[in-house]
Design a protein around this ligand. Structure first.
Ligand SMILES: NC(=O)c1ccc[n+]([C@@H]2O[C@H](COP(=O)([O-])OP(=O)(O)OC[C@H]3O[C@@H](n4cnc5c(N)ncnc54)[C@H](O)[C@@H]3O)[C@@H](O)[C@H]2O)c1
Length: 442
């Protein structure tokens, strides 16, 4: 038996979710329905996957909770913030992701989740106009109020540990700026000086979470914890952070499919991805400044899998001026489809002697159905990381994320290749369970 190096998951785990929209209510409803034995948590690694530990004769395939101490779904207690005052039941009904028959059995539990007032600034999401919003003197006050919410939640529920998950709308793009984001002191000063265009509300949530001893996960493409100030704060507080942007539909396919091209040494001249989406997320992303944040996140996936520098003939068009394949991503707001996103990928590849070929992928997915298991896994695994004494950016969680955080100030590249990410995930769990990391084929 390996020696586990993780503190046991005793007591209750609080999950405070920023945003009580389609993704969060689908996540919460699924957890509650699973607890009652009325649904299956399909797509969740922590609930289904088995990891090999040991080698040769000693090899065994074990579920996560057989390798490391994990909370059961019964141990989870939810809370949320939102700009709109409707409770989780009404919000789940409004989102129209799940049928009423899949929501009603847990109606009583959902009704009890009433959103706390949001830390919100309309300049960050112009298409949203709700009134369940905190009145804040400045960004410092905003963070103080969120800290108080977290302390109250802990007191009222008696939970042992809390994780804060951002599943709220995508904010407008905030370019990391070292003057304001370079150190903890610079960020705190910017909050006190109320530099509203550099300190996004999401940064106040992340700052508050870390100050209140809670790991933080960024599920949208916001650059919130992708700045040195947050890395330093996470290190100082010995807390894990993870981000950014749930890897759900098109990017999941991309990071799983691009390795086919790369491992067979085929060439790529262009990859055009487009989507239609009709939910509130799509509405917010219809605003160019908000889409920009998503675009940056979605575009980053291919560059580290099909590298123009490493294979100029295949991924650099073979000439010096035009150094990379064309990669375009579009999202179009189209209400009739609601949460059922349709994505099209047109991939222009070339083979022997440069002869062109095309691949078309048409993915008719359900956004929140794909995102919900990621919410669960990210929350349980970041809590595990904290109990294992890990802090800072959790690279092993890249598997779940579209634009994994990395230290760009040191020229570090993120790992986007789905199967490399899977190896990182398995090895981290093995190590936390006291087993050796390895790269054997399972
Ligand atoms: N579903 C997916 O496949 C997927 C994939 C990757 C990322 N995401 C991201 O997840 C997020 C949630 O998606 P969704 O479909 O649930 O969207 P949604 O619009 O249904 O829900 C988001 C909620 O966040 C609330 N909100 C916005 N700003 C807030 C703030 N400052 N504080 C508190 N609440 C706030 C909104 O009022 C809304 O109810 C989006 O940012 C989306 O881009 C989703």
């Amino acid at each position: 038996m390996a020696k586990e190096i993780v503190k046991p998951a005793t007591g209750k785990l609080g999950i405070m979710v920023v945003g009580l929209g389609a993704v969060s209510t689908t996540f919460m409803t699924g957890v509650m329905m699973t607890r009652k034995g009325l649904a299956k948590p399909v797509g969740s690694m922590t609930q289904y996957d088995k990891i090999r530990v040991g080698k040769g004769e000693n090899k065994k395939y074990l579920h996560y909770n057989e390798i490391v101490s994990m909370p059961s779904l019964d141990d989870i207690v939810f809370a949320a913030w939102d700009v709109f005052p409707v409770n989780a039941y009404e919000s789940a009904i409004n989102a129209e992701v799940l049928k009423e028959k899949d929501i009603n059995p847990v109606k009583d539990e959902l009704i009890k989740i009433k959103p706390l007032k949001a830390a919100f600034d309309r300049n960050y999401a112009k298409r949203l106009d709700g009134d369940n919003v905190k009145q804040c003197k400045d960004r410092w006050d905003m963070a103080e109020q969120i800290r108080e919410d977290i302390r109250n939640f802990k007191k009222e529920t008696g939970v042992d540990r809390v994780v804060v998950l951002w599943a709220a709308s995508t904010e407008i793009y905030v370019e990391p700026d070292m003057k304001y984001h370079g150190t903890i002191a610079a960020l705190e000063q910017a909050m006190k000086d109320n530099v509203v265009d550099k300190v996004a509300p999401s940064m106040c949530y992340a700052y508050a979470a870390l100050m209140e001893d809670c790991p933080f996960i960024m599920g949208a493409p916001n650059t919130t914890v992708d700045i040195p100030a947050m890395w330093q704060l996470a290190e100082q507080k010995k807390l894990p952070i993870a981000g950014k942007d749930f890897k759900t539909g098109q990017t999941l396919v991309k990071s799983g499919f691009a390795p086919i091209i790369g491992t067979r040494m085929l060439g790529l001249s262009g990859w055009f991805s487009t989507n239609i989406l009709g939910n509130r997320d799509g509405l917010v992303l219809d605003e160019p400044a908000n889409f920009r944040t998503k675009e940056v996140s979605k575009l980053s996936t291919l560059e580290t899998i099909l590298k123009p520098d490493a294979q100029p003939d295949l991924y650099g068009h073979g000439n010096a001026e035009d150094t990379q394949y064309f990669h375009k991503v579009r999202i179009n707001y189209y209400p009739p489809r609601n949460d059922n996103k349709e994505g099209w990928d047109n991939i222009d590849i070339f083979g022997w002697m440069g002869y062109p070929m095309q691949i078309k992928i048409n993915f008719l997915c359900r956004d929140s159905i794909l995102a919900a298991p990621l919410c669960l896994d990210l929350c349980l695994l970041i809590d595990l990381a904290r109990r294992a004494g890990r802090w800072g950016t959790q690279r092993f969680l890249s598997f779940f994320l579209k634009a994994p955080m990395h230290d760009y100030t040191q020229g570090e590249e993120p790992v986007n290749h789905l199967f490399q990410q899977y190896t990182m995930l398995k090895n981290a769990v093995r190590e936390m369970g006291g087993y050796e990391a390895d790269e054997e084929i399972d």
